[in-house]
Structure formats: structure tokens, C-alpha cells
Design a protein around this ligand. Sequence first.
Ligand code: SAH
Ligand code: SF4
Length: 350
Amino acid sequence: MPVSLYGLTRAELAAQVAAWGFSPVHAARLWRYLYWECAKSLEAMPKLPGKVRAKLAAEASLGALPIARELHSSDGFTRKFLLELADGRKIETVLMRFTGRVTACVSSQAGCAMGCVFCATGQAGFERHLEAGEIVAQAVHVNRILRAERTGSAIPRLRNVVLMGQGEPLHNYEAVMRAAAILRDPNGLSLGPDRITLSTVGVVPGIRRLAAERAGVHLAVSLHAATQEERAALVPVARRWPLDELMAACREYSAATGRRIFYEWTLIAGRNDGPEQAHAVGRLLRGMPAQVNLIPLNPTGGYAGEPADRTAARRFQDVLTEYGLPSTVRQRRGIDIAAGCGQLAGAARA
Ligand code: SAH
Ligand code: SF4
């Protein structure tokens, strides 16, 4: 098996280069090519001696992910990429611009085993876990695109990474946390602990582990419903990790880390967008360090629901305000390019 370069921390890369018999200078240069220049191939690393490049060609894989397909949203704020893994599987990575800052939305798995009814990835099922290097390479890809877009001398930088693409990150805990550690490296992409957000469907043991390890990531929890019965109908794994256990784990996480949790709520017209549900969320989260992010449903082929309208979203927010809960309505950026989770990969399979 070739060594996946994007799967190594800076210290591991240095150790590997030393084990091959080369100097630390070459390791530092290689690291800079990987993260500062986002080099796509060994040919794009001219300052490395030929013998180092030959060794890398023989023993390592660079792991830059080729673009299989690319879509731009009509508003120009979103670029969505279908990237090809070494085994030919395809995953989605999205470049999003909010108020001038660039966020990469990356996948943690090819497919997903959690089966949420409204999600294109859930409808398609699980393929495999991504390796740490395949997660890191997605963020590097977005940074490379930014570098290519630059007009003046200033090099634009990737500011945030959200693990909200395809897959359930806490179902692939080790690889995701390794990737987060590499992304945080101050001499690399330098995404500090406040710049990486992991979104989970509610894998309770994973949340507890994040709390125990005081992991350096923000946490978003996909709630979608505030009663066990309603939640289980949308999110099948709620039967395994019921709502009361989930909320207990969230309290543990906030107590251990001092961090506020984002709660994601996909707004489905007539299903979970009414005042009754908003009051239930208010009662559930009142007094907790929380922010609710409302996301109007992106319609998918396998689910008949419709997105909530603006008025319903605003009323929902007003009720949350009564409970002292801050909230946002996620703009449906990139809706015209099927930027919802798993929708482009779904279309590519069809
Ligand atoms: N598996 C993780 C992270 C990936 S999904 C999770 O479920 O949290 C990222 C977010 O997109 C989740 O909040 C999910 O509920 C939401 N989502 C998935 N499909 C959607 C759709 N069709 N419309 C709107 N939001 C969707
Ligand atoms: Fe998986 Fe998240 Fe989609 Fe649910 S919403 S199926 S957990 S990717």
C-alpha cells in the first residue's frame, strides 16, 4: 500500500521522509508543496530533488482528487465538485461563500448508513468510510481552487471547514479526528478549533467521546424533531439513540468543552415547520448553550416533502426567540445546482 501523504500529520511526514533516508529540509519542502502550494502532482514540486520524487512516486500516493464534474450556482456563491477517489468512487465537496468568507463542505464517507428519509445520501446507502487523507484532500482541493481564482497578489484562504457533505462523521470517528488534526496544523491549512464544524445525526457514543477527548471541533447536531416519535420517523437511528440520551450527551459535551452546540433543523412544510414544533424545540433547548440553524428542505427524488416557505421559517424563529434561543435560516445557496447533501452524487449514479 502506498503511503497516503495527505493522511499524515507534519510529524509523521517528517518521520516518513527520514525513514526513506532524506533530510528534514526535504520533509519541510514537501509539506509546503502539499499545503501552501496545494500541488497537484510530483511534477509540480520542482524544488524536491529527483531522488526524493522518485521515492515518492514509488512508495507514496499524493491523493489529490481529480474533478469528475463541477457545477456553479447561478448566484455565483457556490461551486460544487464531484471528486473521484482512487477506487473510482465519487464524493461531493462544496465551496461556499458567506459574507466573503470561504467555507469547504466536505464528505466523511462515500454514501451513508444512517438512512434519514429526506436525504439523498441516506436514500442511496453506505459505500465506504473515507480515509483521513481523502478528507484532508477535499479541503486542499477547495484551497487550490481559491488560489487559482485569485486576481491580485493576495492569496485568498480557506477559512472554515464543515463536515456536512456526504456521510456521518461520527460513524468514521478515527479518520475524521485525524483529518481535523491535520487541518488544524498552524503550519498547514491552519484551521483553528473554531474553524472546523462536525455535523452529526446524533451518534451518542461519538458525542460522548468528543466530550471526553475535548476534541477541537465545533459540534452541530441534526435534530429535525423535538419528540422521540417524530424524530424516529425522519431519522431511523433515533431508535438506537433516543432523544433523551442524545440530549444528555449534548449537555455532557457542552459542560466538558464550554462550547455552544448548533442544532440543525431541516424545515419540511406541514411536517415540522409549525408553531407547535417550534415551542417543543424551545422547551427542549431552553437554557442550553444552543443555536438553531433552520434549513428549508432541498427536495430529493426519494422523498415527497416540500420545503417550508419564508413565512413559516420566520414564525418558527420568532417562537425560538421567545425561549431566548438564537437561530438562523440557512439560505438555500446553490439550490439550482442540487447542492443539498448527496444530490449531485445521486444524479451521477442515476
Ligand atoms: N450526517 C451528518 C452530516 C451530513 S448531512 C448529519 O446528518 O448531520 C448535513 C446536514 O444536511 C444535516 O443537518 C442533514 O439533516 C441536512 N440535509 C440532508 N439532506 C437534506 C435535504 N434534502 N434538505 C435539507 N437538508 C438536508
Ligand atoms: Fe447520513 Fe446525514 Fe444524510 Fe442522515 S442526513 S442519511 S446522517 S448524511
